[in-house]
Structures are given as structure tokens and as C-alpha cells.
Write a protein that binds this ligand. Structure first.
Ligand SMILES: [Zn+2]
Length: 368
């Protein structure tokens, strides 16, 4: 009888894990269902510093409350309108944040394409002052600066362009944070490789696949401009989104941390790179720089999306990341077995909560 129960139990766990082919737990690491992971995750009062949520649904607010979750809801200004036209996007993000008091704060943005207008800086600063007064805690710049935006002379505009300086100064003066998605993963400049975590993205978004556009700036050029921005604005806190686009080598991130005390990175959409890198190296990096890495996912909750689908996606991601960072369980990723980092508890607290509060003040508080 007991054996029968055990077999049924194992089968149940196996079905749960098979339901998410990206993450199937190895039988040896049982018991390891998502509920345990999510419970431990919730105990951190976690902050996800990188989400794109543009749909309001009380059921989702309940989920955030259950997970004791805080999120930074990030707006993006892009010409393709992945999240819709900027004003509408901002309005949706505001509704999401208002519906989730104490659980969501806004990272706003500005339209960089008007940067050559005489009144660009003045108008943008005015707009940001209003957003800060309304409760925004951060401002995002996106990869279009460095990869798409051009000046009248045809030259690509870099993130350290003097046109943006008054904006950076304003963000620093108001004690807010710049979230900088600058450049892309290195695979963006490399031949197609089905093994790459970004293979599908570039297949679906060839306009952003720089391997096809050799006339666009190289990654090194864009990151050098980002580094100058850090050096020239020592009072500006900058969170480099997506591991600061240095996803293939934590030594490159460490170099920047040593050079620029005003710089941190988020893990959004790049956790797989940390999983695929040498375990001890990543573990030592996260311990040594435990106050410089903030947890982020890039999870989305879009108007067109069914809430239960988003539920599953968010919970699976949080559970997977927790198992990787906090346990020594074995995860399956791209045909490889990955052993969790089993980070010490104080390090987990910093990555999941304390660093977010330090680098993005206000992110875990209700707006006034
Ligand atoms: Zn994002």
C-alpha cells in the first residue's frame, strides 16, 4: 500500500515537471516540487526588479501577495511598439501599479528619438519630474540607444551622448535609478547557433540580429560608451539590465564592479547564462559581489495574455531560479545537467531583496 502511494506520488511529480520541458527535475533530487521552492522564495520578501506588466487583474494581485512579491514594472520606448505606444503603455503600467499597492512600482522611460530637438532635455526632465512626483522610482534606457538611434550625420548615437546628460543628472539629483539595457548578448553578433539561449529571439527579430547588420556598431563600442556614462556620472546609480550585457563571462562584470561603484546588474532573462557557466566561478562571483546583483526576470503580463498562463510562467520561473540559486538540486537545461549553486542564506537575501531596496530606493514600498 505504501509503495503504491509512493509510486503514484512519484508519477505525479514526474508529470508536474514534464509539463515544463525547460525545467524537468532529475529523479534523484526529489522531493522538489514548485510549492516548496515558491514558499522559500516568498520568505525572502522577494523583489523582481525587471518585469513588463501591462494588465490589471485582481487575481494577479493576489498572486503577488501570496508570494510576498514586489516588482519593478518597466516601460520601454521602442519604434516597433512591442508593448504598444508609449503613452498607452505607461497608462497600463500605472493601472497595474495602482491595483497592486505595495507590490509594484514603476520604471518609466522617455522617447529618445526626439533627442535632436532644441527642447528635448528640458521637456524630458519636466516629464520625468512629474513621473517621479507620481511615484516612479527608476528610468529605463533601451538598446535602441547604441543600436538604432542615429544623428543627422548618420552616426549611431551612444548612451553617453551629451544630449542625455541633463536627464542622467536629473535622475541622480532626484535619487532615482537608471536601468540601462545597453547592447545585447554576444550571440547577437555571432552566426546562428541553435544552442544559444537567444537563438529563437534573433530568428523572430532579425532587425535586432546584428550578425545580419555588420554596418551597425560593434558590441565593444556600445559597452565602452556605457562605461563612460558610468565614469562621467558617479552619483548616478545604474542597474545594467541583463547582466549588463556581459552575460558570457562574470569576470567582465567583476571588472566593471571594481571600476564603477555606482554600477549593479540585474539577472533578467540571463539566468540561463549563469546556469551554463562554470558553477564554482559563478558561485564565487555571486558571493564576492553579493551586494551588486539584483534579481530580475523579464517576465511579462500583457493585456492579450490569459492570466492563468502568466501565473504558470511566473511561478515556474521563480521556482526554477530558486532551485538554481538556493539549492543543490539538479536541473535539466538544454540537454545538460545543472547543479544548483546552494548560495548561503545571507547572499540570497541580498540578491532577492536587500540589493533591490538599496539600488532602487522605494521599489518595495507603497507609493505615497
Ligand atoms: Zn525587459
Amino acid at each position: 500500500m505504501l509503495i503504491a502511494f509512493a509510486v503514484v506520488g512519484l508519477a505525479f511529480l514526474a508529470i508536474r515537471d514534464v509539463a515544463n520541458p525547460m525545467f524537468a527535475a532529475a529523479p534523484r533530487s526529489l522531493p522538489s516540487n514548485n510549492d516548496d521552492a515558491l514558499q522559500a522564495f516568498a520568505a525572502m520578501e522577494p523583489v523582481d526588479t525587471h518585469v513588463h506588466a501591462f494588465k490589471s487583474d485582481p487575481a494577479f494581485t493576489d498572486l503577488m501577495a501570496r508570494l510576498r512579491l514586489h516588482v519593478l514594472d518597466i516601460c520601454v520606448a521602442d519604434t516597433q511598439g512591442i508593448y504598444g505606444e508609449l503613452a498607452a503603455q505607461l497608462a497600463r503600467a500605472k493601472r497595474f501599479a495602482q491595483a497592486s499597492p505595495g507590490h509594484a512600482r514603476l520604471c518609466v522611460t522617455f522617447n529618445p528619438f526626439t533627442f535632436q530637438r532644441k527642447d528635448f532635455a528640458r521637456n524630458t526632465v519636466k516629464q520625468l519630474q512629474q513621473e517621479f512626483a507620481d511615484g516612479a522610482v527608476a528610468v529605463k534606457i533601451w538598446k535602441n540607444i547604441g543600436m538604432e538611434l542615429k544623428a543627422r550625420d548618420g552616426k549611431y548615437v551612444m548612451p553617453d551622448d551629451p544630449a542625455f546628460e541633463p536627464i542622467y543628472r536629473e535622475i541622480a539629483a532626484e535619487n532615482k535609478t537608471l536601468v540601462a539595457h545597453v547592447a545585447e548578448p554576444s550571440s547577437c553578433w555571432e552566426p546562428p547557433n541553435p544552442e544559444s539561449p537567444d537563438y529563437d529571439y534573433y530568428k523572430e527579430n532579425p532587425e535586432w540580429y546584428m550578425y545580419l547588420h555588420p554596418d551597425h556598431p560593434r558590441k565593444e563600442v556600445i559597452l565602452a560608451a556605457r562605461d563612460r556614462l558610468l565614469a562621467e556620472n558617479p552619483k548616478l546609480r545604474v542597474v545594467g539590465a541583463h547582466l549588463g550585457s556581459m552575460e558570457t563571462d562574470v569576470d567582465e562584470i567583476a571588472k566593471r564592479f571594481d571600476r564603477y561603484p555606482n554600477f549593479a546588474v540585474d539577472t533578467a532573462a540571463r539566468m540561463e547564462y549563469l546556469m551554463l557557466a562554470p558553477r564554482e566561478k559563478v558561485r564565487n562571483f555571486l558571493i564576492k559581489y553579493q551586494d551588486r546583483v539584483v534579481y530580475g526576470t523579464d517576465l511579462e503580463f500583457l493585456a492579450k495574455e490569459a492570466t492563468p498562463d502568466a501565473f504558470k510562467d511566473w511561478q515556474d520561473t521563480y521556482a526554477r531560479d530558486w532551485k538554481f540559486l538556493a539549492t543543490d538540486q539538479t536541473l535539466q537545461l538544454r540537454g545538460r545537467e545543472i547543479q544548483g549553486l546552494n548560495l548561503p542564506e545571507p547572499v540570497l537575501r541580498r540578491i532577492y531583496h536587500d540589493n533591490a531596496v538599496h539600488w532602487i530606493p522605494g521599489v518595495a514600498e507603497a507609493a505615497k
